[in-house]
Design a protein around this ligand. Structure first.
Ligand code: G4P
Length: 524
């Protein structure tokens, strides 16, 4: 197969949801279709259990599982499908944000009974920032839930995106009878707990056959609803979906393997192939001959005795080849990879080549940071891996004077991995760790001790937000930094960050210094 065909047949996407909506179950069913796994239950849940906040072994175990299921590739119907897993736990939201920079589209899973939940809303914001095409799967239709029109209204309102149903549910809960596929125009009858998948039946919705199959009442209701549906929602237009303006919606039950195949079929047909990537200097097209890629995730120390890490590289252009020398742009040094890995379902194997859209696992002994680029010589710096202002902050101090070096190194490496963000206060020179969730503080402390032999102590600090600042007016910027010297810090790239103690303080700063811009993400 030619290079261009290889690119065209790739679909790289992430499934996102609020915890418990059914992401793991849906992923598993998709893998079953792809023949990548053969029994249900083979994909371990990648979520940190709610009870595990202080159970470190559990966290470690979860990390072990999540590396295996970080990327799941499989072949289906001539397509190469790459599903990128995202941690559902909100404390790892930053991980998820970064993973979203490596995908070309997204499937959002929503629990039909619970509707749109917080985590989904936040993740959708990231998709919107990048105009990522999204498809919605309304799951758990076998449970009692709201009217489909209400669910769709909620999705539209809460996720700020227009929707277009491409399948329509017939009842819900115990009265759930199936779905009518509006895309293929056929009927699928629901049978609970079936592992096999029913074929769709071509039934004219105006025929008596429909009444026979689902009963007169349900048939009448379906006809009415479909009519209303066509009246309310404009005809589906693939381009609007590709621009991220309209989200096609499917209904089903992942647990019962119902509605999943329709979702997959439509997805493969309309979801985007690998898309161009933005770099500082130019747009990089996947079809370009020369290889380039960026690191969006680093998984460290699977074995604490060896400092082995895996850097996840998204191939952006050209063909990646094993044992070929590539340039690590930020270090300005040549690297060769003798055992790059690909991820097929829950297995990982050494590969000789990879194409745009693929994710390659690069064994790493500490060369990579999140956001680093590799190329065939060009100084490409890919964009789009922003850090967001953390939500929680603590001073981190050394608790063992003999191990200061180990601590510094440990903190450095954990920050490279993107576990949390480090700010150095310019006034007192103290290090501040910023995270999105409380769990990270425990993970950091545990890993510093077990992987670097360093112990740390935290001290509470009350901060509201960290904002990156800049201005076209150099003098005003300098004046601001002087006036707020106690609250000024540097991030790991040495950029200026203002640490606001409260919303009020931030507002005062913004009012007092109109020419200073305050940014809540590191990329502006
Ligand atoms: P997540 O990855 O989004 O966190 O969700 P996950 O797939 O783990 O699903 C959360 C729970 O919802 C699981 O039950 C799962 O079996 C159930 N579930 C998923 N899809 C459906 C569906 O279509 N219908 C119904 N009724 N339930 C569904 P659990 O009890 O938490 O776990 P388990 O013991 O079943 O594994």
């Amino acid at each position: 197969m030619g290079f261009i065909e290889e690119i065209k047949r790739r679909r790289t996407f992430a499934i996102i949801s609020h915890p418990d909506a059914g992401k793991t179950t849906l992923t598993e069913k998709l893998l079953l279709f792809g023949g990548a796994i053969h029994v249900a239950g083979a994909v371990k849940s990648n979520k940190i259990k709610k009870t595990a906040t202080s159970d470190f072994m559990e966290i470690e175990k979860q990390r072990g599982i999540s590396v295996a299921t970080s990327v799941m590739g499989f072949e289906y119907d001539g397509y190469k499908v790459n599903i990128l897993d995202t941690p559902g736990h909100q404390d790892f939201a930053e991980d998820t944000f970064r993973t979203l920079t490596a995908v070309d589209s997204v499937i959002i899973v929503i629990d039909a009974a619970k509707g749109v939940e917080t985590q989904t809303r936040k993740l959708m914001e990231v998709c919107r920032m990048r105009n990522t095409p999204v498809m919605v799967f309304v799951n758990k239709m076998d449970r009692p839930c709201n009217d489909p029109f209400d669910i769709l209204d909620e999705v539209e309102k809460e996720l700020h995106i227009k929707v277009r149903p491409l399948s329509w549910p017939i009842g819900n809960g115990e009265l759930f009878k199936g779905v009518y596929n509006l895309y293929e125009k056929n009927l699928y009858l629901f049978q609970a707990s079936k592992q096999t998948v029913e074929e769709g039946q071509d039934i004219d919705i105006n025929s008596d056959e429909l009444d026979k199959q689902i009963g007169e009442r349900a048939a009448t209701q379906l006809r009415e609803e479909l009519e209303l549906c066509d009246g309310v929602y404009p005809e589906f237009n693939v381009d609007d979906y590709l621009k991220g303006e309209v989200a096609p919606v499917f209904f089903g039950s992942a647990l019962n393997n119902f509605g999943v195949r329709e979702l997959l079929h439509c997805f493969l047909r309309i979801a985007p192939q690998p898309q161009p990537s933005k770099s500082e200097a130019r747009i990089v097209n996947p079809e370009e001959e020369k290889f380039s890629g960026f690191i969006f995730k680093i998984h460290a120390n699977m074995d604490p005795n060896h400092r082995n890490r895996i850097a996840f590289c998204k191939v952006c252009s050209g063909k990646f080849e094993r044992n070929k020398a590539y340039k690590h742009v930020q270090l300005g040094k040549e690297l060769k990879f003798s055992s790059p890995t690909a991820f097929m379902a829950d297995k990982k194997s050494i590969i000789d080549e990879a194409y745009p859209g693929d994710i390659v696992g690069l064994p790493d002994s500490g060369n990579f940071k999140i956001g680093d680029s590799i190329s065939e010589g060009e100084n490409i710096q890919f964009k789009g891996l922003p850090s967001f202002s953390p939500e929680l902050f603590r001073y981190i101090d050394n608790d063992d004077p003999m191990k200061a070096k180990q601590l510094a190194k440990g903190i450095d490496q954990l920050m490279d991995e993107g576990v949390a963000q480090l700010f150095v206060n310019q006034f007192n020179n103290r290090k501040i760790i910023g995270t999105v969730g409380a769990l990270q503080f425990e993970v950091i402390q545990y890993r510093l001790l077990h992987e670097y032999g360093a112990s740390c102590r935290y001290e509470a600090i009350s901060l509201y937000k960290a904002c990156w600042i800049d201005s076209d007016d150099e003098a005003e910027l300098e004046e601001f930094k002087k006036r707020k010297v106690q609250y000024m810090a540097k991030d790991k790239w040495g950029r200026d960050v203002f640490l606001a103690e409260s919303g009020y303080m931030l507002q005062m700063a913004q009012e007092g210094f109109k020419k200073v811009r305050f940014h809540f993400t590191s990329e502006f």
